[in-house]
Every structure is written in structure tokens, then in C-alpha cells.
Design a binder for this molecule. Sequence first.
Ligand code: NAD
Length: 524
Amino acid sequence: MSDSGARQRTSTSVDRNGQKRSLPQISRIGVVGAGVMGRSIAEAVIYGGFGVTLFDVDLDFARAQMEVTLVQITKRIDSGKAPQSSIDQVDLTVADSISNLSDCDLVIEAIAEDLPLKKSLFLELERHLSKEAILATNTSSLSPNSIFSGLSERGRSIGLHFFNPATHMKLVEIIPTQFTTPETLDVAFEFVKRIGKSPVQAQVSPGFIVNRVARPYYSNSWRLLDESQLTPREIDALLVGCGGFKMGPFELMDLIGHDVNEAVTRSVFEQLYYDPKYRPSIRQRELVAAGLLGRKSGRGIYDHEVRGDRGEETPPGDGSDREKNKAPEDHGNFTFNGVIGEEIAPLLIRSNLAIAFNHGPDSHLLDGTTITITDGRSANELEATHGGKGSIILDYFFDVSKTSTIAFSRSNAVSDEQVEQVRSLLSSCSIELIEVGDVPGLVVARTISSIINIACELEGSAVASREDIDLAMRLGVNYPKGPFEFARAIGPKRVLELLLRLSNFYGDGYFSPSIHLRHLATTA
Ligand code: NAD
């Protein structure tokens, strides 16, 4: 059964370099592991018009998962969202033995994240499949080079990293190993496109693209909890309401599960030989040790079992903050005693106030207290350079029309009254100010700059292209912009300057700018 005639079929295709290539046609896909990922990969593959054979060591579980899948597909067919018009057109079977996968042209492995288990599975698959069949792993943190290392024919092996749930997430990271043939790579690209997904390519490296570039989104927020006066809810609100992210880091980690999130962080850190930019959080480790894993255990950073008056389940930045800070109808009596510079001016476009704008960079109150956008210095450091005049620092903002919250810090000379003046000014544009404490780089600026730093490291070390990194972060974790798009919006030189200052201030290597960011800043 291991030499099916079906696999002799080929199609001609133009590869990614514009060359014509004869590719083996694939029609039947095997999915091994019927858990969270395997089940949703099987469903996504069905929508691509392929036949699917599902296999799991737990046969009863695989059968139950097939039933779940058929129900899901039926729902989609009924709502007109599936390409099939009837469930009769769906070819989904469960294999009761691994040898029943022998007529598959591509097998996607989605079993437990365990190297010896995965290695022995592929050795067994190799015995049953034809020589042309492609072997793919959905590992998120292991090296595909290691997973496939025991195979006698490694040219047809590849990483295909889907995101959860594979039915909805558009991104698939394609990871060729040291041995993957160009033909296997082309078939993988063609397959991913045929199931309606967007492929990006990454070299084998810890966390590939998304799981590596996303690390600072989480680790910065843990550092901020240690260092600032902010609560998790405020940090979430700032990254959503000012950074434009769909979910704040803490609510996202509660959703992912702190056990999973911490394990990925630790694995990337260890695999990168303990690079301090990827250092895990002791706070998160202790949350895991206490069994506070997030939504799945009822409690993580937030209490998911408490509902009602305390609003624990209300996601931050969902508009409720904005409602609370809605601009009063009439601003007639409000006057701002100072000058608004061009850096701050865009924030005020929603205001009905008649404001005299200054055509220089500086904004200040009439007593000389400056209001600036962060450049990585602390407010007290700025105060010292301004001869003791107070300093208010605002965070980075991007899409002004969507900015609902913004972080600020102040130096010791700034009074509560002065803060109230700035607060009223921004509140007239429905923007809430949240005080951070004198933390250099505030919240959004330091987080996004760190993300850009890692993205530069990946591009510079040829793990992935700039375009693929941007696409991966937008589709894989719903970032409002890719890291290089953020870098263009801020200016790479400014990002570098901010990180150099933070790096100097903290001295622990976490903010250390990569050489690739330094190159980008000098060539941009
Ligand atoms: P899961 O625990 O939900 O499912 C794993 C399944 O594999 C189980 O049903 C188990 O019975 C089966 N299994 C274990 N050993 C087997 C074997 N030798 N042969 C056949 N079946 C076997 O796990 P999951 O979350 O679906 O993760 C699967 C893989 O996908 C892992 O490598 C993980 O890193 C990766 N991944 C997970 C996610 C995610 O969000 N869960 C996202 C991307 C990638």
C-alpha cells in the first residue's frame, strides 16, 4: 500500500523565483494528533478541498474529534461559508493504525511538544509512506532539524507552523530544514495557499518569527509591573488604547495560558543561550507554580470567575474607558495656559478648543514646564537638563483617531495642578491620561521599540525577510502594524536612540539594541 499510483501525478507550477517546476500533486492529507491543533488543521485542510485522514494514539478521542469537525463543517456549509455545498462532499476519515496513512501525499504532525515522541513518530511514518510524500511538523518550539534528524530521506521534511485556531488564523510559517529540497518548499507554499492561508518563510531558529518577535510584548509588561505604579489593567488599557493592539498583554497571557506562555518564553531564552533580551519573568513563573494559569483555571492575572459589578471580565480598552472620559459638550470655559508644540498637537484634533499652536517641537505650560514625547530619558533627568523646570513626558501614540488612553510621567517639580491642566486638555479630546511613575520609555514606546529591535535581529540574521516579519505579526498575533511598519512610523533613528538610553539606564542587556537596528538607523 506504500506505493500508491496517485503520487506519480505531477503538476507544473511557477516557483517563487519565477522558474517552472514539476511538482507532485497532493490530494490526500494525513493529520497526526487530533488535539487542539490537529483537529482545527484537519478542518482547515478540508475547506481547501483535500481529503483528510486523522490519526491519534487515542482512537476514541480521534473519532470524537472527527464528529466535532463534521458538526463544525456542517455549520459552515449551512451558513454558506464553506466551499462544499453538502457534507457528502467532505472526505474525512479516522485511521485506526498509522499504516492507514500510507496513501497520504502530505502528513502534518500535531502531537505533543516532545522531541523523542515526534522523532519516533516520523521514523514510523517514513516506513509507511511513499518516498515522495511530504512530512511536516507543526512544532512551535522544537527544532525541525532535530525532529527529522533520524530520517533516511530528509529532503521531503519541513515545518508547517499553523496558529490557533487553524480554521480562522490566516498565517502559516513555513520552515525548511537544512535538508528540505526546493521542490518540497514549493509544494508547501502551494499547499498553504490552496487552503487559503498566507505563507511566510522562516529559517529554523528559536520561536521562528511570531513566537520570537512577540516576546517583548509580554516581558516588557512584567517588567513594568515590577517597576512602575501601573496595574495590569492599566498596562492592558495603554497597549490597547494607545498602542492599538487588539488585546492587552495580560489579558492575552490569561487567554493563552501562563503555563504555555511561560514555557515558550523559557524555551526561546534557553535556546538563544540566555540572551537577556528574552529573559522570562519570575512573577509569571510563580503564577504558574500556584496553578493560576489564566482563563482555563478560572484565575490568572485576572479573576475570570468573578463577574458582574466589579466588571472583572470586561476587556480593557473596549470602549468603556472612552465612554467614561467622553468629552464634555462645551469647552467654552477651559483655557490651557501654555503653548502646544507640533509633536503634541495631533493629539488635540478631536478637541473643539481654539488652541494657539507653536510651530516648534516643544509644548510647555506658561511657567516653562515642558511637555514632550518620550525619548528614553526619565522625567527627572529631563528636569535636570532644563535647569530645574518641570518635565511631563507623554508616551508614543500612532492612530490619533483611535487613541483613548496615553501614559505620562512627571518630574518632581511638576505639581498636581499642572498635571490637572494637561489632563483636562487631553480629556477634552476623549483621551485619558494614566500616570506611570518616572519610568524611562513609558509603556508603548519601550514595548514597541523592543519588538522592533527583535524584528531587526531576525531580519539581520536572515531568519526571515522584512515583509514576512511584518505580515507574520499582523496575521499571527493581530498586531496593528508590523514591526518595520512601526519603525517607519516612529523613525528607526529615534527607536535606536530610545533603546540606547534605556540600555544605558538599566544596564542589564534587556534593551540592548541589536547591530541590525543600528544599521537600519544609520541607513534609513
Ligand atoms: P494537544 O495536547 O491538544 O494534542 C496532542 C494530541 O496528540 C493528543 O490528542 C494526543 O493523544 C496525540 N498524540 C500524542 N502522541 C501521539 C503519537 N505518538 N501519535 C499520535 N497521536 C499522538 O496538543 P496541541 O495543543 O494540539 O499541540 C500539538 C502541537 O502543535 C505541538 O507541537 C504544539 O507545540 C503545536 N502548536 C500548538 C499550538 C496551540 O496553540 N495549542 C499552536 C501552534 C502549534
